[in-house]
Design a protein around this ligand. Structure first.
Ligand code: CO
Length: 156
């Protein structure tokens, strides 16, 4: 009878450890941002900021429209302001299959997948190489979309 006790204690301890580690594993809410894209080729914000002490930032982009990825795909791409156009051009060449992003580009700081209406996509990126107070550019790299779907990202 008593021989079961350690097993039960171990099981209880295991559950408690799982519960305790939950919040520690979760992303820091202050460092998680959300943005929406729609069928009118618009993001719902043109400025996004995160606290400068965020080691990582998570951006969740929700496509609240209904049009398919091939017609109205959206992603959330982060670059230096001057790198937006080169990345958009290289992305257009890469094509839809590559999510309209150059497969390997050191100009892309972060990028989500390209998704269609009703879908949500997330990217988490380290901020080590980002400068606080400096303006970065976010945009959608689907051909033509960065004309309206663009904004400023800053750590502050
Ligand atoms: Co788009």
């Amino acid at each position: 009878m008593n021989s079961d006790k350690p097993g039960i204690l171990r099981a209880i301890t295991g559950v408690l450890l799982l519960v305790a580690s939950g919040p520690l594993m979760a992303a820091d809410d202050r460092c998680s941002l959300t943005i929406e894209g729609d069928d009118q080729m618009q993001f719902d914000k043109d400025e996004m900021t995160a606290p400068a002490d965020c080691a990582e930032v998570t951006v969740t982009m929700k496509h609240v429209g209904e049009l398919p990825r091939s017609a109205m795909g959206h992603n959330w791409v982060l670059t230096l302001p001057a790198d937006m156009q080169p990345v958009v051009s290289a992305g257009a060449k890469a094509g839809l299959d590559k999510g309209y992003l150059p497969p390997k580009s050191d100009k892309v700081i972060a990028a989500t997948d390209l998704v269609g209406g009703g879908k949500t996509t997330t990217v988490t990126f380290k901020t080590d190489d980002l400068e606080a107070g400096k303006d970065y550019r976010f945009f959608c790299s689907f051909p033509g979309h960065s004309a309206t779907m663009r904004g400023t990202f800053r750590l502050e």
